[in-house]
Ligand binder design. Structure first.
Ligand SMILES: [Zn+2]
Length: 229
């Protein structure tokens, strides 16, 4: 057999069974090694969306205790994205101006290690229900091409009511939920239409979460938020 011929060349005086164990553990090491080295820790440009357009407002919940974990996960309130989705978000924001709205960002790039600590502190039930992303797969937020957004009114500066609050885990958060007030559904659908026109796709269970075009092909990133220039 070809494979054994190769191991015999590499390990000429070793018993065949021991050779097989060595080859298998080598393969396992390669597989798990590849997975562990997946997150990129430098060399990727992330852009601060409100530096591109200061009219984009931030309410970065994971930089405060006002999130479902009850404590801050980010050292700073920053909305960072890869350059292409950042530019697309600016275009969306500008396209909404005529209707009296601006983009309000709840979350953008999230370092992979934050997803890992969320997973480690989550209950079995929350993991099973998909409320936290499995770090073995990663979240699209870890790739810098997903963003959680709502709208604010340009004249008052206040958040526009939507059918549910951000990070609501009920069916009220579904992008096509037919309940709630007609006005709230209208602004939710207005936001979705404006985002879709610039290349974003809504997550069916979260009206606020949008992925940019080829998001899944981007690498997982683990660059600390306060280290991005
Ligand atoms: Zn999201």
């Amino acid at each position: 057999m070809k494979a054994f011929a190769m191991t015999e060349t590499v390990f000429p005086r070793m018993p065949a069974a021991r050779q097989r164990v060595l080859i298998l553990s080598g393969l396992l090491f390669l597989l798990t090694g590849c997975q562990a080295s997946a997150p990129v820790t430098s060399g990727v440009s992330l852009v601060e969306v409100n530096r591109l357009d200061p009219g984009i407002r931030l309410d970065i919940r994971y930089a405060t205790a006002h999130n479902f974990t009850g404590h801050p996960l980010y050292p700073e309130a920053r909305a960072l994205l890869l350059p292409e989705p950042a530019e697309a978000l600016v275009k969306t924001h500008r396209s909404l101006r005529g209707q009296g709205y601006g983009i309000l960002v709840y979350d953008a790039y999230r370092p992979w290690s934050v997803t890992r600590s969320l997973w480690n502190s989550a209950s079995e039930a929350d993991r099973r229900n998909g409320y936290v992303a499995d770090p073995a797969i990663g979240s699209r937020h870890n790739r810098g091409c997903a963003v959680d957004v709502g709208l604010y009114a340009l004249d008052t500066g206040t958040e526009v009511p939507m059918p549910s609050a951000f990070d609501d885990f009920s069916e009220r958060a579904h992008a096509d939920w037919r309940g709630g007030s007609p006005a709230a559904r209208r602004t939710r659908d207005l936001l979705r239409g404006a985002m879709e026109a610039e290349g974003f796709t809504v997550l069916p269970n979260e009206w606020w979460h949008f992925n940019f075009r080829d998001c899944d092909s981007q690498p997982l990133l683990d660059i600390a938020i306060d280290r991005v220039k």
